[in-house]
Write a protein that binds this ligand. Structure first.
Ligand code: MRU
Length: 351
């Protein structure tokens, strides 16, 4: 089982302690985020990334950013909670977990009576709770998902929806970890995931660390692999799931879903309840983050596109619900017709 802890409190409790994912797979190095600038920069530059992990890091980061102001009067302190919470939530717009987690802390702040110190204590407890819940949700996703894996399963995944992307054992990779833990054979194909290579750098790294069979392929090879009959199922994570079941996830997920449908390969989306967003009606309303041009052409020893040409660099795409075989959630496996609206928001604990 993976021992990766992507986000945790620092030993002194005054910082968010993350694995700096920008340095993997070459270097495993932790980094302490002690200010709101540290937190925003780490989320923006993908030092910490993956929808659940940025939710957890955003919540813990808000606590860290507020700590030096705990002597303030209650009213300005509450305004500060809102302002810093909004600032952190704005850093990456697509993953609902980030705004969900910071909003959750802002609600707790308003509901907590007493001094700013009392509010800060309550926020620290809530952020810890979000981390613990995420760990539990990952495990439950794994429990529900492992039943979908045939013997000797050959699983294709995209981006990184593993331990590095969450507070626990991942979402898409959770069933894989549980299968391995139970002594079942499982092999994973990891799309490299252009342009930032979360698949080859991160998924391959954490699976190899755990001793799980992993093979990296370029994104444009996945359809051929399916055509050769070498993929039993696809499992990916999600950044936001709209009320109609449309799924925003890492760019390249949509073509994978199309290829899977063509080849009759089941296409599963694994996500905790915190990723379902009933406030967003369909995928059309999901804001897709566009990232810097130099991420596309400058990641190599020498530039691979001419200086100054326009670059299209959306970080995510939207896969229509119709292409999803089932959602693997911490509350069970949901198959069409979906009725997410009845389940309440992801943050609700009621099923
Ligand atoms: O830009 P990233 O690396 O944060 O994108 C991550 C993904 O798209 C993941 O698949 C998603 O957040 C789910 S992580 C459990």
């Amino acid at each position: 089982m993976t021992a990766v802890e992507s986000v945790r409190w620092s030993a002194d409790g005054g910082a968010v302690d993350i694995i700096d994912q920008r340095l993997l797979p070459g270097t495993l190095q932790r980094r302490e985020l002690r200010t709101v600038d540290d937190v925003c920069d780490a989320i923006l530059t993908l030092a910490v990334r993956g929808a659940p992990a940025i939710g957890v890091a955003g919540a813990m980061g808000l606590v860290v950013a507020l700590a030096p102001h705990a002597g303030e009067e209650r009213t300005p302190f509450l305004s500060r909670v809102d302002a810093l919470g909004e600032r952190i939530a704005r850093v990456r717009p697509t993953a609902v977990n980030l705004s969900w987690a910071t909003s959750r802390l802002r609600c707790v702040a308003r509901a907590t009576e007493g001094s700013s110190r009392d509010v800060l204590d309550a926020l620290r407890a809530e952020a810890t709770c979000i981390l613990d819940e995420d760990r539990d949700m990952c495990r439950r996703i794994g429990e529900h998902g492992v039943a979908l894996l045939p013997d000797d399963a050959r699983v294709l995944t995209h981006c990184n929806a593993g331990a590095l992307a969450t507070g626990g054992i991942g979402t898409a990779l959770a069933p894989v970890y549980l299968a391995a833990e139970r002594g079942r054979r499982v092999a994973v194909f990891a799309d490299e995931t252009r342009p930032l290579l979360q698949g080859s750098r991160l998924t391959a790294w954490e699976l190899a660390q755990a001793g799980i069979d992993v093979t990296v392929l370029a994104d444009n090879m996945a359809a051929s692999l399916m055509r050769e009959g070498r993929v039993d199922l696809v499992i990916v994570g999600a950044d936001r799931i709209a009320a109609n079941g449309d799924v925003a996830n890492k760019i390249g997920t949509y073509p994978l879903a199309l290829a899977a449908r063509h080849h009759a390969v089941p296409f599963y989306v694994a996500a905790p309840w915190s990723t379902f967003d009933p406030a967003t009606a369909t995928g059309h309303q999901i804001v897709i983050e566009h990232r810097a041009a130099d991420e596309l052409g400058r990641g190599f020893a020498s530039p691979v596109s001419p200086q100054g040409v326009s670059v299209y660099n959306p970080a995510f795409d939207v896969t229509p619900a119709a292409l999803v075989t089932a959602f693997v959630t911490d509350r069970g496996v949901l198959r069409p017709p979906y009725r997410f609206d009845l389940a309440g928001h992801a943050g609700d604990s009621a099923v």
